[in-house]
Design a protein around this ligand. Sequence first.
Ligand code: 4AD
Ligand code: MG
Length: 489
Amino acid sequence: MRPKSRTPKDMMPKRTKIATLLADGKTGFDTTVMGWIRTFRNNQFIALNDGSTNQTLQVVVDFENTDPALLKQLTTGAGIACTGQIVASMGKGQTLEMKATSIQVYGECDPEVYPLQPKKHSLEFLREIAHLRFRTNTFGSVFRIRHHVAWAIHEFFHRRGFVYLHSPIITGSDAEGAGEMFRVSTLDPTKPGLNEQGEVNWKEDFFGKQTHLTVSGQLEAELGALALSEVYTFGPTFRAENSNTTRHLAEFWMIEPEVAFADLDDNMDLAEGMLKHIVKHVLDQCGDDLDFLEQRLLEEEKNKPQNERSPLALREKLQFCLDNDFARVTYTEAFDILRNSTPNKKKKFQFVLDEWGADLQSEHERYLVEKHFERPVILYNYPAKIKAFYMRLNDDKNTVAAMDILFPGIGEIVGGSQREERYDVLREKMAAMDIPEEEMQWYLDTRKFGTVPHAGYGLGFERLILFVTGMTNIRDVIPFPRYPGYAAF
Ligand code: 4AD
Ligand code: MG
């Protein structure tokens, strides 16, 4: 039985979302819309936005028959409900409008102090008022697209029969990122209990041991894959590295598929297929928001010198990514290209490449993608000594079956590998890299009991959002960014 709740008098009227009204395009009926005023012109025209689309609905106020006190409350930012008839619009710029018969103000907004004025604000300023920036066109579009991308990812894996596995956020293993993890502790930092050696006694801590926020769900995803055969994680990950760049966050979201009975080629195919599925979904489903962001980017780039502007507009860039195979190149091939490149010979790179085995920097990755191949690039078979212990050793004994996917304007967007499934080889690699075996028995067990070839990768969610929105700073594609020295909200 439905609860008998409120009396009709205090019931919230049913509203229609502005996106629905505009998509349906119907006229000649009465309804209610609710939202926030973007602008109020000539005491007559409200531009109303409710976040369902970046478009506004024009609400026409019969100002001659409206209480002047109410008209005064209709200011930028106020939260209101409007009831009236939807009619075809005579004015330019919109097809429909509402002729209001009644307006209710839920929350006034003092224009003298409201930080969001109806004008262009810098992204830096909006970051400082991240609690209000959702109300701008730019951030409305970014976060609606972010939602769509998350949805498309789940859809992609679900359709293929992957199991969504929730890896732990608090971890007792620090094999992957020792030195760059956030500690999780309930000990009093001013007077932790000490052991006989005078060191902090972690046995007294909440979990009876040292724990951290996870840097990756991969190792746990491997355990899942070696039973469920195809799994993926999608959750927050944390890195306490001191990277103050437009590509790094201390808290970011990662998608980590892990697949049993798969090798590096399968891994590349899966990643490329996933990225294309997402890009197609955004092109198909996020038309208005893409249009807006494409225009925003063009405006922004007008202020840049010609050589720093992107050669393709946003939609063209996405379409190009969809229509073309990613280049697949070994580290060794890429290294030769880079070593013989003009910027390397002229010492224009900050890190000049000389000896095989050097780690590639972002400037090198971007040269390969933007100047040499002019398309997304999958680099694979990296030198073993610059990659993690769990990556499968190739027969040459110098390289591992690792892959990174590099995107224009961003650099690395995906990192992954075929995993070392051979018990003895894995133990040798762990020993060589000083990974204590006692702490990794659970991981080694999967290699001892019915090990099989398997592979996986990690996709940086915010880096992908940068790509599909054309935004240029990772702090602008996550609702509340965390980076060194900053954790507001
Ligand atoms: O290359 P990474 O460190 O790989 C791993 O963590 C593996 N365990 C993944 C796996 O094989 N399952 O990180 C994967 C991706 C990077 O390619 C990048 O896109 C993103 O995560 N990433 C970051 N994004 C934002 N801020 C940071 N600080 C990031 N660090 C990595
Ligand atoms: Mg990486």
